[in-house]
Design a protein around this ligand. Structure first.
Ligand code: ASP
Ligand code: MG
Length: 424
């Protein structure tokens, strides 16, 4: 009765549920930890629940494999890279199944291709198209714990594909959708989704719920708790998703909900996200005429470089400045394209840039029904002498670009002013 499953839904303690549980790299990072995961799963089985488990590679393994490939090719051949990095998860599923069998449980491991998690053929960032879940259902009916390798699939020609870094989250959510699971539980090394990173703000606290839209914003703004695609998937297929710690016995984690918590006590802002991996580029003295944005950003897009924020100033005397942000590790490449291709072509006065910037964002669905949030944010930053270089907004978030050296300060003061500091 005191089983882990009972805690999650005490009202329906006798009802058998189907859970998809995902354990990340840290949670399966050693033999001891794998045994611990097996013990946890056995508790769910003992309570009568059906369990499908998705695991990541042991921590550090994917990085190790990528580095190994790079000893052969600076940019490893994508098809071969996927054949290789998918092995990390293959090892984890087999070990976890052995640990379960050793405990007397029935367990069976599968690679993505064996299940037949069908994906498109975009190696290293494939998308799941379909899952053949019949075999898994049969195993579950027979009382088996099904252990599936995260992060991988197979295209229609039988080639192994992977889903992008952090892709095991997406495997778990996709399986939960395909099987109609009662809940998809993401077990990780933190006990839920926090108002911000506790390493920067010790007063940060765990949110008991967060809306799916907020989670999506946070994932895209730099929070690394869930792969963004898994959140998109959960939203599309209405998968009940929960983030919990694999190291704690108790705890409800954070539930990703589809509706706003109507709790009056709830803060207007749910979280503060930040991202250091940013760089900014400004094209100066651009002729203000139709097609100029396309002429500047077209070559950048052609080089497969993602552009985030974009600002074009009001023109003076037929001239304007045009600024945008990109991922920091694309900075040199983008500067190169602008200086050598774009500037001479459009006759701009110059190209300047900086890669010491950071983006800080406040996120909350409460923003929809409250005014003055932006001005409160800007006033708070001004009082600290933090200059805002760029601003962008959506219905539920406001992001600012600031000098990297003020990033942590900005996060701390915003966390406080929006009343997210944990009551001590
Ligand atoms: N092992 C893969 C990675 O490190 C996938 C995952 O852990 O979700 O990105
Ligand atoms: Mg992860």
């Amino acid at each position: 009765m005191a089983g882990a499953a009972g805690r999650l839904d005490t009202r329906h303690i006798h009802i058998v549920a189907l859970f998809v549980q995902k354990y990340g790299g840290t949670s399966v990072g050693s033999t001891e930890r794998i045994k611990n995961v097996a013990r946890r799963i056995a508790k769910f089985r003992a309570a009568g629940h059906q369990v499908v488990v998705v695991v990541s590679a042991m921590s550090g393994e994917t990085n190790r494999l990528i580095a190994l490939a790079r000893e052969f090719q600076a940019i490893p051949h994508p098809r071969e890279l996927d054949v290789m990095v998918s092995t990390g998860e293959q090892v984890s599923v087999a070990l976890l199944s052995m640990a379960l069998i050793d405990r007397g449980a029935k367990a069976k491991s599968y690679t993505g291709a064996q299940v037949r998690i069908l994906t498109d053929n975009a190696y290293t960032k494939a998308r799941i198209l379909r899952i053949d879940e019949e075999r898994l259902r049969t195993d579950l009916k027979e009382g088996c714990v099904v252990v599936v390798a995260g992060f991988q699939g197979v295209d229609e020609n039988g080639n192994i594909t992977t889903l992008g870094r952090g892709g095991s989250d997406t495997t778990a959510v996709a399986l939960a959708a395909a099987l109609g699971a009662d809940e998809c539980q993401i077990y990780t090394d933190v006990d839920g989704v926090y108002t911000t990173d506790p390493r920067i703000v010790p007063e940060a606290h765990r949110l008991s719920t967060v809306t799916f839209e907020e989670m999506l914003e946070m994932a895209s703004l730099g929070s690394k708790v869930l792969q963004i695609r898994s959140v998109e998937f959960a939203g599309k297929y209405k998968v009940k998703l929960r983030v919990l710690s694999s190291f704690e016995e108790e705890g409800q984690g954070t539930l990703i909900t589809f509706e706003e918590d109507k709790d009056m006590e709830r803060a207007i802002i749910s979280g503060i996200a930040f991202n250091r991996d940013e760089a900014k580029i400004t094209v100066l003295g651009v002729p203000d005429r139709p097609g100029i944005a396309y002429q500047i950003l077209g070559p950048v897009a052609d080089a497969n470089i993602d552009v985030d924020m974009i600002i074009q100033n009001v023109g003076h005397d037929g001239m304007t400045d045009f600024s945008f942000t990109i991922n920091r590790n694309e900075f040199e490449r983008t500067m190169d394209i602008l200086k050598n291709q774009v500037q001479p072509h459009i006759g701009a006065r110059g190209v300047v840039g900086g890669n010491r910037i950071a983006k800080v964002s406040i996120v909350g669905v409460g923003m929809r029904s409250h005014v003055g949030i932006a001005s409160k944010m800007f006033r708070t930053l001004a009082e600290e002498g933090i200059n805002i270089q760029m601003i962008s907004t959506s219905e539920i978030k406001i992001s600012v670009v600031v000098d990297e050296k003020y990033m942590e300060l900005a996060v701390r003061v915003l966390h406080k002013v929006f009343e997210l500091d944990q009551p001590s």
